[in-house]
Design a protein around this ligand. Structure first.
Ligand SMILES: [Zn+2]
Ligand SMILES: [Zn+2]
Length: 444
């Protein structure tokens, strides 16, 4: 479209609409109405049924990180049905869809697709059909909510003043799928990204978030402590790695208690301790492993360095050798998830318009980690939690529990938040060229 045509179009919009950038009936009543309208649409029974059906289908067929082939296929076939253009693959199974003008600005919405390697213990009609695999973190619902949002947004594609990018990513659970998506160019041209996670702790109709760091940086370590095995009754002829490893575990606990600023939250946990098999044998070696968390790059790097030093140094005190591996089982470091402060303001406005100020909760940072952090490191990002607790339905088990369940009543909230955050972001962040176009018109 040439500049004059655009200028005339914009002039028309300015004259005939009370809110200058709103272009038709859906948006005519103003920005504050958009979240309410999306929530009403998301609560309509056909859309609820659609999301529930998708969620249950994915739940029955959980796939682990980078193996989400059928989930990815399902997403693509749904996007096809909606007439939404997409690109595939990113990060092996990832899908990126586009709704809107195809023009700037670009804003992204993210859903993760992977399940966990655990056995579902919940007996219900749509229980996981794959032994040892379960959607125990709610990513099945995350996909359903983003598809629900996509449906609403596509129906109102003419109201979208820019492009909404749907990011369906693989391998959030330890595989850093987000990083692979980024490396494959999934966020090309995108200037902001929003992501959500279900929360068993917050009530349905509530959201929780904060500005700045919200989730910790996380890393894993594994160490092999080697001595010299032998008879348990003749310890003087052995070098005991069990004693050395035990001292290593104790010494690691001093990193947080004695070396870290008490006001700078950090965690070091040894969750794996394997060695020996008989009561009367001192083994040759012991393997220990664990995780560490921190809320700043500096604290995280310091912890990592000191974990290696303490393991090798403390093992040497007992005459053992130690090797430390920070990439065991293909584990990757996740950076701190930092919420952008301008997007926080945007989120607060939109969520308040939809749910009321009393249903917005400011939360404490969590020591958990998310690979959304890679997106939020690359461009301004915002991550928030959507409540699903309902007192009358009893307590929900936490994510990663084999008894984890989802309150499907929360699906419309997630879908409506996705749609509203993106639609309003675009309306409120129009490129400066439009203002220039307007001035061109005024000169005409
Ligand atoms: Zn998880
Ligand atoms: Zn999760």
């Amino acid at each position: 479209m040439d500049l004059i045509k655009r200028a005339i179009l914009i002039f028309g919009i300015c004259v005939y609409s009370s809110t200058p950038i709103l272009s038709n009936s859906f948006l005519q009543e103003g920005l504050a109405e958009i979240p309410i309208k999306f929530l009403n649409l998301a609560k309509k029974s056909d859309l609820v049924d659609y999301m529930v059906k998708i969620r249950r289908k994915i739940h029955e067929n959980p796939e682990l990180g980078f193996e989400e082939f059928e989930t990815s296929e399902l997403i693509r076939s749904e996007l096809d049905k909606m007439g939404i253009f997409y690109k595939h693959p990113f990060g092996i199974t990832g899908v990126v869809g586009f709704i809107g003008s195809g023009d700037t600005p670009f804003v992204a919405l993210r859903a993760d697709m992977d399940a966990l390697a655990m056995q579902e213990e919940v007996e219900w009609e749509h229980k996981s059909k794959v032994p040892g695999k379960m959607h125990g973190c709610g990513h099945d619902a995350h996909v359903a909510m983003l598809l629900g949002a996509a449906k609403m947004l596509q129906e109102h594609r003419n109201d979208i003043k820019g492009t909404i990018v749907l990011v369906f990513q693989p391998a959030e659970e330890g595989g850093a799928g987000a990083k692979k998506m980024l490396d494959d160019g999934a966020l090309e041209n995108v200037e902001a990204i929003f992501g959500l996670h279900l929360s068993s702790l917050h009530p349905v109709g509530n959201v929780a978030s904060r500005t700045g760091p919200i989730l910790a940086a996380s890393g894993f370590f594994e160490a092999v402590i080697s001595g010299k095995g032998g008879h348990a009754a003749i310890p003087q002829q052995t070098i005991d790695p069990i004693l050395a490893a035990s001292n290593v575990v104790v010494s690691l606990q001093h990193l947080v208690s004695r070396e870290a600023d008490p006001l700078d939250s950090q965690v070091v946990t040894v969750g794996k301790f394997q060695g020996g098999g008989a009561y009367n044998v001192i083994p040759d070696s012991v393997t220990i492993g664990g995780t560490f968390r921190a809320f700043s790059k500096e604290s995280f790097e310091k912890l990592k360095r000191r974990i290696a030093e303490v393991i090798t140094g403390q093992a040497a005190v007992q005459r053992c050798k130690a090797s430390v591996d920070f990439t065991a089982m293909g584990k990757t470091f996740y950076p701190v998830t930092v919420n952008n402060k301008d997007l926080h303001k945007h989120f607060q406005k939109v969520a308040k318009d939809m749910l009321g100020a009393e249903n917005l909760q400011e939360m404490q940072p969590l020591m958990g980690a998310e690979d959304f952090s890679f997106f939020a490191e690359a461009i301004p990002g915002y991550f928030y939690f959507v409540g699903m607790h309902n007192e009358t339905q009893g307590k929900l088990e936490s994510s990663h529990s084999p008894y984890f369940t989802i309150n499907e009543d929360t699906l419309p909230y997630g879908a409506a938040l996705h749609a509203s955050l993106a639609t309003r972001y675009l309306l409120e962040n129009q490129p400066k060229t439009i203002t220039q176009d307007k001035s061109i018109h005024e000169e005409l």
